[in-house]
Design a protein around this ligand. Structure first.
Ligand SMILES: Cc1ncc(COP(=O)(O)O)c(C=O)c1O
Length: 465
């Protein structure tokens, strides 16, 4: 069996590697993958007692599996939540968190700046079931105040939002929502559990697409819902058990492995993203850059109060509209065109024609998504290579040659030293080791930048920090 973890506060990196640790009888090092749909009982009496709830035993992987339990425990520990349940996708998590809580006649208030499918649930699906829904401009507290002056059951928001990286004041909106009788569900995908802790600011439920930074290597889909134990046991679990959005144990195992390196991957991605945002802001082809920690982001102060770093996504508007955006994307040699994000591979998206195509032109205009808007998910490639790739693709936008500008100095990661052949004297004979001049150690040698890229970020801020 696994050792239980020490009963003192552990830092995020330790939680990511060790959280939920549970070994089978074979004492394996790596988490076991229980790829099984069902479980067997010693006898019929044990089966009956399990279904009655008087015995504890796994029953069926639609509503519980040991590999999923390890991931649930790890994510709950990381988030500071009492309980967690997993789903097959991030959208299943958003859907289950909302539909398990709501009933006909309820009212939902949501920030308008949501991922396209979340927007569809609020605008199209909920009204079909007699649930009233209303959008507000998430950055405008007066609109939240007006909407939440009327009782509501649930508030859904995303901060920073996909793709415009708009922020919502978590503490202020949670207070307003609670006064209106609503629970607050926060989609924390862009921030990740390392950068932002919505529960600390008063949120009731946090949802994730584990597909993104948690897997981080573009392999599997997954979703997570975190909240209070009573709500998870009494409201969410019956919904999951009976409607079946369960995560595959294989996917849970892959995500567990992904989490073990999240604290190393994310700081590197955030630092590269910040450098790339600064580079893009200097380019003539770029009309505007959106990055939460940049001084020109209208909510920079709020971002710094809620987040430990600006994140791994950078959004920017190109001056030439859709044509320029497509030409730029097609000219990229390293960065791939995709609609995913949070991957080790840098990915670029044109939201107007993909993730946000179905919200319609009018709503896109309200969200600030133009035909020239491009979303970049910054990965783990060398930042100097990424800047060079973006620079060449920007050059390709203009039909006439644009003035060449050198990419800004982003500390390149120096490669590990290579063994050179042993020195020889004039006759070609090898110089004995004792007579060789001592190589002077280079001051401020570059491996430091390698470590800087992965240096831990500060912990996510708490309310009132
Ligand atoms: C903010 C946000 N929420 C939810 C989702 C849905 O996640 P999944 O694709 O795992 O269903 C996404 C996917 O891009 C997203 O960006």
């Amino acid at each position: 069996m696994a050792k239980s973890l020490p009963n003192r506060p552990l830092r995020p990196a330790t939680k990511l590697v060790r959280g939920g640790q549970m070994r089978s009888g074979f004492d394996e090092t790596s988490e076991a993958l229980f790829l099984t749909s069902g479980f067997v009982y010693d006898d019929a009496e044990q089966a009956e007692a399990t279904f009655l709830g008087t015995a504890t035993h796994y029953q069926y992987s639609r509503f519980g599996n040991p590999t999923l339990s390890v991931l649930e425990e790890r994510l709950a520990l990381l988030e500071g939540a009492e309980a967690c349940r997993l789903t097959a996708t991030g959208m299943a998590a958003v859907h289950a968190a909302m539909l398990s809580h709501l009933k006909a006649g309820d009212r939902v208030v949501a920030s308008r700046a949501l991922f396209g499918s979340c927007h569809w649930i609020v605008s199209t699906l909920l009204p079909r079931y007699g649930i009233q829904s209303e959008f507000v401009d998430g950055a405008d507290l007066d609109q939240w105040k007006r909407a939440l002056a009327t009782p509501a059951s649930l508030v859904l928001l995303e901060t920073p939002s996909n793709p415009m990286l708009e922020l919502v004041d978590l503490a202020a909106v949670c207070d307003l929502a609670h006064a209106a009788g609503a629970i607050v569900v926060v989609d924390n995908v862009f921030a990740t559990p390392l950068l932002q802790k919505p529960l600390e600011f008063g949120a009731d439920v946090v949802v994730y697409s584990c597909t993104k930074h948690m897997d981080g290597q573009g392999r599997v889909l997954g979703g997570a819902i975190l909240g209070r134990k009573k709500w998870v046991d009494e409201v969410l679990q019956p919904f999951i058990r009976n409607t079946g959005p369960a995560m595959s144990p294989f996917n849970a195992w892959v995500i567990l492995k992904g989490l073990e390196t999240l604290h190393l991957r994310l700081p590197a991605m955030c630092r590269s993203a910040a450098a790339i945002a600064d580079f893009l802001a200097e380019r003539a082809e770029v009309a505007r850059v959106f990055y939460p920690f940049r001084a020109d982001h209208p909510q920079q102060a709020l971002a710094k109060a809620q987040m430990a770093a600006g994140g791994s996504l950078v959004t920017f508007d190109l001056k030439g509209g859709k044509e320029a955006a497509f030409r730029f994307m097609n000219a990229l040699g390293i960065v791939d065109v995709s609609n995913n994000l949070g991957d080790a591979k840098s990915l670029v998206t044109h939201p107007a024609t993909t993730t946000h195509m179905r919200v319609g032109a009018e709503e896109r205009a309200r969200l600030g998504i133009s035909d020239g808007t491009v979303r970049l998910s910054v990965g783990l490639e060398d930042v100097a290579d990424l800047v060079a790739d973006l620079s060449e693709a920007l050059d390709a936008i203009a039909p006439a040659p644009v003035p060449q500008r050198l990419p800004p100095v982003v500390a390149p990661v120096v490669e590990a030293p290579v063994l050179s052949p042993p020195p020889s004297d004039a006759s070609g004979a090898e110089v004995p080791k004792s007579r060789r001049a001592r190589a002077k150690p280079e001051r401020g040698a570059a491996p430091a930048s390698l470590f800087e890229l992965a240096a831990p970020l500060p912990e996510a801020p708490r309310r009132g920090d």
